[in-house]
Design a protein around this ligand. Sequence first.
Ligand code: NAD
Length: 268
Amino acid sequence: MTDLAIGILGGAGRMGRALVRAVTEAKGARVIGAVDALGNPDIGKDLGVLSGLDALGVVLTDDVSALFGRADVIIDFTVPAATVENARIAAATGTAYVVGTTGLSPEQQTTVAEAGKRAVVVQAANFSLGVNLTVALTRRLAEVLDDSFDIEILEMHHRHKVDAPSGTALALGRAAAAGRGVDLDAVEDRGRDGITGARKRGGIGFAVLRGGNVAGDHTVIFAADDERIELSHKAGDRIIFARGAVHAALWTAGKTHGHYTMQDVLKL
Ligand code: NAD
């Protein structure tokens, strides 16, 4: 069988470089190209060299259409404004599309979800196996525990991260809300400061820390009187997200269109 031809969007980024490494170490897939934003200083450079590997003989370009034309699957870790355009191209061309960009507005999210009507789309705020298990366990605990357990979600990321709370923290919040049969929008409590008043029963709180080169720490706390359960996941290196995204890309082979999550890919 020929290797799955993978194209990477955001190839000069932190995740783009990790993706090149993850595809190179995976069986059954190869990188056929990568694209970054027009004017990026790394355009024209070899993807292997950019990613700390030997030269691959494939260079970074700014030609998105050409990449969609050649790839079996596109993996997109860019910025929301680019991702909506890329999702439209995936829908128009029917190319399988794995998307990890976070911080999408509700309208941008709708465009990505709609692409699933025409193409296989796998979208996850976090592609790591461990985090996806933590999401599944969070939902299960929230199903079992009543609202005498206050749910708080704490996350920490590196100093360059631009959106908060992280997409993963929000996914954990949605899982907790779903377990309780409520809408996260109705119960979330973000950014407490000053005289906030007492905690609302049933609320789901978020706290955000930023600093250093932390790849991503998440803890879900279920706090009742006299006892507390904490589920924690700590990412040591962003390669875990890249490996998960490559796993999802391989999973798309032979699937019909649809908007899938990593929970589908991992059958959780
Ligand atoms: P980064 O800033 O290092 O990389 C983003 C890259 O996208 C940059 O090189 C930028 O030039 C490029 N880009 C911008 N516009 C573009 C365009 N129009 N076409 C092609 N490339 C374009 O950021 P990062 O740390 O690699 O993260 C990227 C995204 O992935 C963020 O939204 C981040 O939150 C998300 N992320 C998701 C997961 C996950 O598992 N889902 C894990 C880590 C990061």
